[in-house]
Ligand binder design. Structure first.
Ligand SMILES: C=C(O[C@@H]1C=C(C(=O)O)C=C[C@H]1O)C(=O)O
Length: 247
């Protein structure tokens, strides 16, 4: 049988979603699991190299066909902690912003917020590898994932992008969702969804397999990331895609 190719984000935030998946021999037999940073997973789904992926929602317009196939996502209903503008100076004094090459949603969320929330014009530059060292003086950076959690100890000013989005819109935010580029078998999707739920409903077991010395993972999994897809989150996602279209 041909294996279903599943692309997942390689960050700490994805561990609760993969906990049940990776512990299920039955499911693992059906899939090939690829872990990469978000912009790579996005490219693979757009190019058809994978069948389903935990992809940045900002790339939805690039897909000829898309199906949100799970009740779980990487979302936030408050400060997400791992998607922020980091800076040595207040945003009013920032002259240049470096944009994380691993991101597709958050760098676009920053652009949406800059125009509609902060109502500013700042020079932006696509960043290269290891750019966190270049975040200094009047050069700020949008950083995501585990590297962002580490950066929290280094930068004086931290603007949490989902917090700012919620302040602007009153809606929660979805960074990434499980999206397929084709129809997939219903029995596979049912099992995949059940296995996603396992870790989400058992964060204490997930935490036993995670070690992190730069941020409290219990807080991250229970108060920062919000994993359940909801009507409100989808509303937030559609508004984001609409504002992105207008940029
Ligand atoms: C909350 C996060 O959400 C992520 C942000 C993404 C993006 O900006 O494209 C994509 C996937 C998610 O992992 C994070 O990585 O910190």
């Amino acid at each position: 049988m041909k294996k279903i190719k599943v692309g997942a984000v390689s960050y700490l935030n994805t561990k609760p979603l993969l906990f049940g998946v990776e512990h299920s021999a039955g499911l693992m037999q059906q899939i090939e699991l690829i872990k990469e940073y978000p912009s790579k997973i996005a490219r693979q789904l757009v190019d058809g190299d994978i069948d389903v992926g935990l992809v940045p929602v900002a790339i939805i317009p690039q897909l000829k066909e898309y199906h949100i196939v799970s009740d779980y996502c990487i979302g936030a209903e408050g400060n997400v902690a791992s998607v922020c503008l980091f800076s040595d100076v207040e945003i009013d004094k920032v002259e240049k912003v470096l944009l994380d090459y691993q991101s597709r949603t958050s760098v676009n969320l920053f652009k949406v917020l800059l125009k509609n929330h902060w109502k500013k014009n700042i020079v932006m530059e696509d960043a290269q590898k290891d750019f966190s060292e270049d975040i200094k003086g009047t050069t700020a950076g949008v950083l995501i994932g585990d590297r962002a959690l580490k950066q929290r100890k280094k930068s004086k000013f931290i603007y949490d992008l989902s917090g700012e989005w919620i302040a602007m819109t009153g809606l929660p935010f979805v960074f990434a969702a499980w999206i397929a580029n084709k129809e997939l078998p219903a029995d596979f999707l049912k099992l995949f969804n059940e296995k996603n739920a396992e870790g989400i409903n058992n964060i204490d077991a997930v935490l036993q397999n995670v070690s992190c010395d730069f941020y409290d993972m219990h807080t991250y999994y229970t108060q920062n990331i919000s994993y359940k897809v909801s009507e409100e989150k989808l509303k937030g996602m559609h508004l984001f895609l609409e504002l992105l279209q207008k940029l």
